[in-house]
Design a protein around this ligand. Structure first.
Ligand SMILES: Cc1cc2nc3c(=O)[nH]c(=O)nc-3n(C[C@H](O)[C@H](O)[C@H](O)COP(=O)(O)OP(=O)(O)OC[C@H]3O[C@@H](n4cnc5c(N)ncnc54)[C@H](O)[C@@H]3O)c2cc1C
Ligand SMILES: Cc1cc2nc3c(=O)[nH]c(=O)nc-3n(C[C@H](O)[C@H](O)[C@H](O)COP(=O)(O)O)c2cc1C
Length: 605
């Protein structure tokens, strides 16, 4: 949202003139992420304001003329989508008519006609919206946003309290709808990673509210409207994963590469699971035995001790191996640890003004690092109750079913590093790297509708995928070869060294040879001085890039979100300015347009 849209939103807010001028001064010059953060911060302040100030926002419990409930979700990795789908199923099963849509597919012109809208939305990146919700949020934040005095709404925000901008997108949206005059029918829900703790009661409240408000709706006769049915309705899902036999597990970097990358092949035969190029495979990890042992030793606990928690009784070792996150440190664990160990410095680190410092602390450490400092802070019961439930990890599928049949291939960067005097592992990447020939891996398909090949095979595609970001493009090239797509395929790949880390080198060379890859540009950062990355290659070949885009090419970016995707985005803007002869603002509009046309898609992590 640019400053122009902020100004327009201030004009509909009930701010006194002097405050409005102050706010404008504060906002001036801030970038989009700072603006999003500020608005979320303001929303949190508003929620803590005295009750009488909020009373005006209490919902009126009169039945609405509208007969259906609309549920919109904004989701990057499927959690918000699943929560929204669950809500839709619950509502339908009580006889309500439901319209369920992703924010990206929602027809914005219909917003003004909505009477009851429930939104489930996650926060991504550094307080950013999920990609499919960008347009929805820009519309609401902008000049064209309608007055919504007739609308009752509720927002369920998904996030991770370990990030400094916890649930900021949901908070912002909740505040913005109120500013547009809509009536908050139920309080904002803020769900942490252990999302069902908040999502389940929120859904129950949402359902009660919807039934009260829509009580004039004729029950038996309504036809549920579902503009966007789930793309995949398999028997196996996140909650009921398929035990996929491992077919291959090969190291695809040299022994001396300094890190391990695996090519993993799994069989989906008999599972009923299907996928399209661009989709991801969800992998349920089992914590590596070395990690479980290190935690038990650091906490001075006995793995055979029985622990009853949430209606289940298991030995502590089993809880730690299959049920709890041992490799991702989260805020609630640090908070409990600080309390149990009476560590004043840790307690200070949890203060709201040190959120960025805490985020860095969490990124660098795993729970074992805290346990090693205070081995007697925990009992088995407390440990199981506080560690987060183990969650699946996503991997871009690196194959096309047209080429490999009932198989799914992955490209896995193995997390393995030394820190605080201990070897650390990543749960899923280690689990996959250690999987032996007869192993089975628990998987499901996570569709990604935003990352699709052009329906028209004659369109050119440009694929930017350094490191493991190359994975989906192996699937793209396979698919385009098998379907005889006539468009050109251009891959930009990068890594540290040509000799040791050129992932799938032989396959790309063969593809160049057989005509299924038309152009390959490489950036091996540590083979050259100064270091060269894919964005430098983009700039170097800016004229060709511009020409491809001008000709209707689709552009894809996959891989590192923290640096690469941002640098690539900035370079794309520069290329549009330089070769398109337009100014920066127009270049930004052009990229935004490419996104909305589905011609600039990102799958970054
Ligand atoms: C849509 C999507 C697609 C993805 N596709 C791929 C893919 O194709 N290939 C792929 O390899 N990954 C992919 N990922 C990332 C993948 O899901 C996992 O996050 C990754 O493999 C790490 O998971 P893990 O369980 O091994 O490690 P975890 O157990 O999740 O993490 C280990 C912990 O170690 C920390 N850590 C990690 N590395 C270091 C380090 N060097 N120094 C210090 N601390 C560190 C982390 O902060 C983390 O807390 C994708 C992610 C998404 C969301
Ligand atoms: C790369 C990445 C960045 C994230 N950034 C934030 C953040 O800034 N704030 C937050 O509250 N949650 C953040 N999260 C957590 C997600 O919001 C959370 O995992 C949510 O359940 C994802 O829902 P979705 O699958 O519907 O996108 C981030 C997650 C990822 C993978």
């Amino acid at each position: 949202m640019g400053i122009v849209s902020v100004v327009s939103s201030l004009q509909v807010m009930p701010l006194p003139e002097d405050k409005s001028a102050e706010a404008l001064r504060l906002f001036d010059g801030l970038d989009a992420s700072a603006l999003w953060w500020l608005s979320g911060y303001a929303a949190a302040l508003a929620r803590n304001a005295p009750a009488q100030a909020r009373a005006a926002a209490e919902p009126l419990r009169e039945p609405l003329a509208q007969e259906h409930l609309t549920i919109v979700y904004g989701s990057q990795t499927g959690n918000a989508r699943r929560a929204a789908e669950q809500l839709a199923r619950d509502a339908e099963s009580t006889g309500l008519a439901v319209r369920l849509s992703s924010a990206g597919a929602y027809p914005l012109r219909e917003l003004a006609q909505e009477r009851l809208l429930l939104i489930v939305i996650s926060t991504q990146g550094d307080g950013d919206p999920p990609d499919d919700a960008r347009g929805f949020l820009e519309f609401l934040g902008g000049k064209r946003a309608p007055k919504l005095a007739e609308l009752r709404y509720g927002v369920l925000a998904l996030g991770d309290s370990s990030y400094p901008k916890f649930c900021v997108i949901g908070r912002t949206l909740d505040a913005r709808l109120a500013a547009l005059g809509a009536i908050r029918a139920l309080d904002l829900g803020e769900a942490d990673v252990d999302l069902e703790t908040v999502a389940k009661p929120w859904r129950a409240r949402a359902l009660t509210t919807a039934r009260e408000l829509l009580k004039s709706a004729p029950r038996a006769t309504v036809t549920p409207l579902r503009p966007q049915p789930p793309a995949v309705t398999p028997t196996h899902s996140r909650e009921n994963p398929f035990a996929a036999p491992l077919l291959a597990n090969q190291r695809i970097v040299a022994r001396d590469a300094g890190r391990d990358v695996r090519h993993v092949e799994l069989s989906l035969e008999g599972s009923g699971l299907t996928y399209q190029p661009g989709d991801a495979l969800g992998v349920w990890p089992v914590n590596p035995p070395a990690v479980v042992d290190a935690v038990l030793e650091a906490a001075a606990l006995d793995g055979d001790e029985g622990v009853a928690h949430a209606g289940r009784s298991l030995p502590l070792r089993a809880w730690l191996a299959r049920e709890r996150e041992l490799t991702r440190l989260a805020r609630p664990f640090v908070a409990q640890h600080a309390e149990r160990s009476r560590d004043t410095e840790l307690n200070r680190l949890l203060a709201p003004d040190r959120a960025a410092e805490l985020a860095a602390f969490l990124r660098e450490r795993q729970p074992v690092d805290l346990l090693r400092e205070q081995p007697h802070a925990w009992d088995a019961q407390g440990l199981v109750a506080t560690l987060r439930p183990l969650a699946p990890r996503l991997y871009s599928i690196a194959s096309s079913r047209s080429a490999v049949g009932d198989e799914a291939h992955l490209t896995v960067g193995v997390v393995d590093y030394e820190a605080f005097g201990l070897r650390h592992h990543g749960a899923a990447s280690r689990h996959l790297a250690d999987a032996a020939e007869d192993a089975h891996v628990s998987v499901y398909v996570e569709p990604n509708e935003r990352f699709r090949l052009p329906a028209d095979g004659a369109r050119d595609i440009i694929m930017i995928g350094p490191g493991t970001g190359v994975a989906p493009f192996r699937g793209f090239v396979q698919e385009r070869r098998e379907t005889g797509a006539s468009g050109r395929n251009w891959l930009l790949f990068g890594n540290r060294h040509f000799r040791s880390e050129f992932l799938y080198q032989a396959e790309w060379q063969k593809a160049l040879h057989d005509g299924s890859l038309h152009r390959l540009d490489l950036a091996f950062s540590r083979d050259a001085a100064p270091r060269t990355h894919v964005q430098h290659k983009l700039r170097e070949h800016g004229r060709a890039l511009y020409a491809w885009l001008d000709d209707g090419a689709h552009l894809y970016v996959c891989g590192d979100a923290t640096r690469m995707a941002k640098d690539v985005h900035a370079t794309l803007l520069d290329v549009l300015v330089e070769h398109g002869g337009i100014d920066r603002e127009r270049a930004e509009e052009r990229l935004a347009q490419l996104v909305s046309e589905g011609r600039y898609a990102r799958d970054v992590y």
